[in-house]
Ligand binder design. Structure first.
Ligand SMILES: [Zn+2]
Length: 274
């Protein structure tokens, strides 16, 4: 599932490709997405210009010049792809926005169909954003805020970091990487982790996320940027999906897969003790 670095990669690609462009029409919209959109949205967006594009956690906001917004959540396999209007159709393409400029288009492709593509007009966007109940973005939270937030909770650290209403943007891959490199067991209670350790974890989180953005995200199967290119960060993961490989921090034990809060979790039992 795309997490913060993958979504940021998509957002940066969108800024390059579609910011400032004018919507000609909606080429098509799949029936399963229609229920997520307001009646008449196809008519409303024709002629509108794309404004700024931003991200909170794993959510993409494509702002239109009339104050409306498209909110996209890629979930498991969603992709936003920049292409030409006359490019070949694909049964997994579910929505197409055609632009006036150069016959260009943006496609929402989603093999497993869990992704969201929602339109909210200007007068509904605030209420709708608030209903998402997102915590502070993982790249925006500062060290003091991070320490205070996690010390105030009495929950296992891994599910806590995965909770989008606490910190937005982290998923299974990056939480495993952050905890492994910080040498913290995923089942440890957040309130029992020393502030000094939480500060270290915050610094590692920033570093791990920024490195992955530089690498255009992690691709295991379907993730790609708007230009259809896969990311390269899978080559830099030390714990996630590395079961059986010798831990590169201690060199003593092999990375092991365990289950924490129903999620497959990769740890070194030497470095990460409860
Ligand atoms: Zn180790």
């Amino acid at each position: 599932m795309p997490e913060l670095p993958e979504v940021e990669t998509v957002v940066r690609g969108l800024r390059e490709c579609i910011a400032g462009k004018t919507i000609k029409d909606i080429g098509y919209i799949a029936p399963h997405l229609r229920k997520l959109n307001l009646r008449g949205f196809v008519k409303r967006v024709a002629g509108r210009k794309i404004g700024s594009i931003n991200r909170v956690g794993k959510n993409i906001f494509i702002n239109l010049d009339d104050g409306a917004v498209f909110m996209v959540h890629l979930r498991m396999t969603g992709q936003l792809l920049f292409c030409f209007q006359n490019s070949l159709n694909d049964p997994h393409n579910h929505l197409k926005i055609n632009f006036i400029e150069n016959g260009e288009a943006l496609i929402f492709r989603d093999v497993r169909k869990f992704g969201h593509f929602i339109y909210a007009p200007a007068n509904k966007r605030q209420a709708w954003f608030e209903s998402m109940k997102l915590g502070t973005d993982a790249l925006k939270i500062d060290a003091d805020g991070f320490v205070e937030l996690l010390r105030s909770k009495h929950r296992m650290i891994k599910p806590l970091l995965l909770d989008q209403s606490v910190i937005a943007g982290l998923g299974n891959i990056y939480v495993d990487e952050i905890l492994h490199r910080s040498k913290v067991h995923p089942k440890k209670l957040s309130s029992k982790i020393a502030p000094r350790k939480l500060r270290e974890m915050h610094a590692r989180m920033q570093k791990i996320l920024r490195l992955s953005i530089e690498n255009m995200g992690t691709t295991f199967d379907s993730f790609s940027g708007v230009n259809s290119e896969p990311g390269r960060n899978q080559n830099y993961l030390l714990a996630y999906n590395n079961a059986g490989r010798v831990c590169s921090l201690c060199g003593k034990r092999k990375i092991k897969r365990i289950v924490v809060a129903q999620r497959g979790t990769f740890i070194c039992t030497n470095c990460q003790r409860i």
